[in-house]
Design a protein around this ligand. Structure first.
Ligand code: AP5
Length: 214
C-alpha cells in the first residue's frame, strides 16, 4: 500500500514546513500544489499563464489545472511508496480525485494543522522563501543564518506576492468557505488527526510521529 499523508489547514498553518520535515523523516516526497503551480507560473507554461491571475488574488485555481498537475506528479516513480500532499485537496472534487485514483492502493491519513486567522496574518507577514530552492523561513521563529540568504542553497529570500495582508485575508476567506468543509469529510473517513499548528515545530513533529506509525 502507498503511504499517503494529506496535510490540511489554513494558509500559513505550517503545511509546507511540517511536510518538509516529515518528508525527510519518512523518505516520502512532499508534493505541494502551490509550489508546482508557482513553478509553472515562473516557467510561463500554458498552465502557469492560466493559473497566475487566480494565485495573485489568492483565489483557487480551477480544478482541471490543479488536478492534472497533481495526477502527473503523483504518478512519477519517486511516489511509488507514497507521498505527502501539501495544499491538495482544497475542495470536495479534489478529495474525490484522490479517492478515485489512490483509494484502493493507498493507506490515506490526514493531519489537520489548526491555527487562528489573526495568528496566521502575523505569521505570514514574516514568511520569506528562497526564490531558488523554495526553502521556507520565518524572520523571527525560523530565521536564516545570514539576512536575506538561503542557508541551503545561497539563493535570495523573497516575500511571496500573495503574502500581503489583503490577499492573506482573501485566502483565509476562501479557506473557510471552500476548504474547511473537507475537515468533516476526512473526519468521517477516519485516520484523521488534529494538531495545534501554532505550537513549536519540534513539538508538532514529535506529536505527529507519535500518532502516525507507517
Ligand atoms: P499554497 O502555496 O498552497 O498556499 P497556502 O495553502 O495558502 O499555504 P501556505 O504555503 O501559505 O502556508 P503553509 O501552511 O504551507 O505554511 P508554511 O509552512 O509556509 O497556495 C498558493 C495559491 O496557489 C493558492 O492561493 C491558490 O491560488 C493556488 N493553489 C494551490 N493549491 C491549490 C489547489 N489544490 N486548488 C486550487 N488552487 C490551489 O509556514 C508559514 C510560515 O510560518 C513560514 O514563515 C514558516 O517558517 C512559519 N512556520 C511554520 N510552522 C511553524 C512553527 N511550527 N513554528 C514557527 N514558525 C512556523
Amino acid at each position: 500500500m502507498k503511504k499517503i499523508l494529506i496535510l490540511l489547514g489554513p494558509p500559513g498553518a505550517g503545511k509546507g514546513t511540517v511536510g518538509n520535515k516529515l518528508s525527510q523523516m519518512w523518505n516520502l516526497p512532499l508534493i505541494s500544489s502551490g509550489d508546482l503551480l508557482r513553478e509553472n507560473v515562473n516557467r510561463e507554461t500554458e498552465l502557469g499563464k492560466k493559473a497566475k491571475d487566480y494565485m495573485e488574488k489568492g483565489e483557487l485555481v480551477p480544478d482541471e489545472i490543479v488536478v492534472s498537475i497533481i495526477k502527473k506528479r503523483t504518478s512519477e516513480s519517486d511516489c511509488e511508496n507514497g507521498f505527502i500532499l501539501d495544499g491538495f485537496p482544497r475542495n470536495l472534487n479534489q478529495a474525490k480525485m484522490i479517492d478515485e485514483v489512490y483509494g484502493k492502493e493507498g493507506e490515506i491519513k490526514t493531519v489537520f494543522l489548526n491555527a487562528d486567522d489573526d495568528f496566521i496574518v502575523e505569521r505570514l507577514s514574516n514568511r520569506r522563501v528562497c526564490e531558488k530552492c523554495g526553502a521556507i523561513y520565518h524572520l523571527i521563529n525560523i530565521p536564516p543564518k545570514k539576512d536575506g540568504i538561503c542557508d541551503k542553497c545561497g539563493g535570495k529570500l523573497i516575500q511571496r506576492e500573495d503574502d500581503k495582508e489583503d490577499v492573506i485575508r482573501n485566502r483565509l476567506h476562501i479557506y473557510h468557505q471552500i476548504t474547511a468543509p473537507l475537515l468533516e469529510y476526512y473526519r468521517n473517513k477516519g485516520d484523521f488527526y488534529e494538531v495545534d499548528g501554532e505550537a513549536g515545530l519540534d513539538e508538532i513533529i514529535k506529536e505527529i510521529s507519535g500518532i502516525i506509525k507507517w
